[in-house]
Design a protein around this ligand. Structure first.
Ligand SMILES: Cc1ncc(COP(=O)(O)O)c(C=O)c1O
Length: 481
């Protein structure tokens, strides 16, 4: 029996009132953030205090409108040009709207009949990727994030390259994959989930340029084989997360081919450069990969989380999971491209294809070119500025939209790391800029990722001025102590 609460929860008029108000709130948020009118982008609160705030919130009778308002206030504002931190896109509003539609329709997607439009749209989106890479027989699907996407592709690699049918029979041998020491930690995590253990993740050193040492690949492979490992795959980072430097995909591909192993490209961050006429050269060799992943929520402006898992050969996109689920689909011999759960980790998944398609439909492929190109251009300009500034040190010249650097002006060498760590902490607590830090060859560096196409030289000038001011104040305090 329905109840007054149930009636109220599904009231369409109430939905429209609350929805209109929310859209207005988001509109104001966008206006105040996108060009940097707002002074702060985050307000630092200790995790325990934030928890306490929300723990008691529902007992205080707040309206839904005020709840949304409070969430907006207490969240980090990715759309601000001073957000130059972790790799997540300021969502293109039309993609956010598509996400709202998906959230309310809640089509489950596991089988075609539970998401007809979004399943067909997913195929169109996948073709948009594979055709841009230059694959004629390519295929794939969308999944929930780069981490899951890498795991899914590596499971396909194992299915196709390993000498035994591990999915069905299990395995007690020694499998291995090869990857740069700079690769994202999720590759390591995927290998461990697959039961490869620490020894089965062969970390190949990077050179001075932070690219995987292609010249060492054969040596590491031979050593592993001699130690009894069956090496199934090599992974190229496009680019790696800390530095934003692309591996030499052509070089890695030649090695994979010579040894008949799978070549996977982790393009979670910079795979989207395939859409940039100016920067697609960074991905030379990507078309020779067996599988590639590309995140929408990083460099394509979609809301999180949505990742394309792409295969050069269509048939490989069906390789990962071979379990039968008769109750979901009737004909197990037909690949049934439209029953997507045959290929995805998820059974129920969101209608994530809408997030890409809404952008394509509204602005065409040009949007993706403009987005990547603008962000990379901004980072190159900033990288050049840091290189030319005597009181800053550049870790390495930018290749993507990631720039690692640190402040050094008049600071004794032994204090540089400590002062830069405090700079980052002070910025976070003040909330006027958001940048992060990373460790390169054991040393701490500040790290910026240009995610907002409206971040200009004027904004980065303010950032470097701010860093100078903070550094001087910390240095003085240290000297006084
Ligand atoms: C190169 C690379 N691969 C994978 C991931 C993980 O992607 P996701 O956060 O979508 O799971 C990241 C995230 O930063 C990344 O930079």
């Amino acid at each position: 029996m329905s109840t007054p609460t149930l009636h109220k929860a599904y009231d369409s008029r109430l939905f429209s009132e609350q929805g209109n108000d929310l859209i207005l709130q988001i509109r104001n948020h966008l206006e105040q953030n996108i060009t940097g009118q707002k002074e702060t982008i985050t307000k630092w609160v200790d995790p325990q205090d934030e928890y306490t705030f929300w723990k008691t919130y529902t007992q205080e009778n707040h309206t839904t409108q005020s709840f949304f308002e409070t969430v907006l206030k207490r969240s980090i504002h990715i759309h601000h040009p001073h957000y130059i931190g972790h790799q997540i896109a300021p969502t293109v509003p039309v993609s956010a709207l598509a996400n709202l539609l998906s959230a309310q329709l809640n089509n489950g997607m596991a089988v075609y009949e539970m998401g007809q439009a979004s399943s067909a749209i997913e195929r169109v989106v996948i073709e948009f990727f594979t055709e841009t890479i230059g694959w004629h027989e390519g295929d794939g699907f969308l999944t929930s994030g780069g981490t899951l996407a890498n795991l899914t592709a590596l499971l396909a690699a194992r299915k196709i390259k390993a000498n035994s049918d591990i999915w069905n029979d299990g395995y007690d041998g020694k499998l291995a994959i090869m990857v740069s020491e700079e690769a994202h930690y999720c590759v390591d995590r995927s290998a461990r989930i697959m039961g490869l253990g620490e020894a089965g993740i062969i970390k190949v050193p990077v050179g001075e340029d932070y690219k995987i040492r292609v010249d060492l690949l054969q040596h590491y492979y031979d050593q592993a084989v001699q130690d009894g490992f069956e090496v199934i795959a090599v992974i190229g980072s496009a680019p790696s997360t800390s530095t934003g430097i692309y591996d030499d995909l052509d070089g890695v591909s030649a090695f994979a081919k010579a040894n008949n192993i799978w070549f996977h490209v982790d393009g979670a961050h910079g795979g989207a450069a395939i859409f940039s006429k100016k920067y697609k050269h960074l991905l030379q060799g990507i078309n020779k990969a067996d599988s590639v992943i590309i995140d929408g929520h990083k460099m394509m402006g979609t809301s999180a989380i949505t990742t394309a898992v792409l295969f050069k050969n269509s048939v490989d996109s069906y390789a990962t999971f071979s379990q039968k689920a008769q109750y979901l689909w009737e004909q197990n011999d037909d690949p049934e491209w439209y029953n997507l759960a045959k290929r995805t980790f998820e059974c129920t998944k969101s209608m994530m294809s809408l997030r890409f398609y809404a952008i394509l439909n509204a602005y065409g492929a040009q949007f993706f070119d403009d987005f990547v190109t603008t962000l990379y251009d901004s980072a190159y300009v900033f990288s050049e500025y840091i290189k030319e500034s005597p009181d800053f040190e550049l870790a390495l010249e930018a290749q993507s939209n990631i720039v690692c650097f640190r402040y050094t002006g008049g600071i004794p060498k032994e204090k540089i790391q400590e002062i830069n760590k405090t700079i980052r902490k002070t910025l976070l607590e003040e909330g006027t800029f958001y940048i992060v830090s990373t460790t390169l060859k054991g040393e701490l560096w500040l790290r910026t990722t240009f995610m907002n196409p409206f971040t200009t030289e004027e904004h980065t000038q303010k950032l470097t001025d701010k860093i100078r001011t903070i550094a001087k104040s910390i240095h003085h305090k240290m000297q006084d102590a």
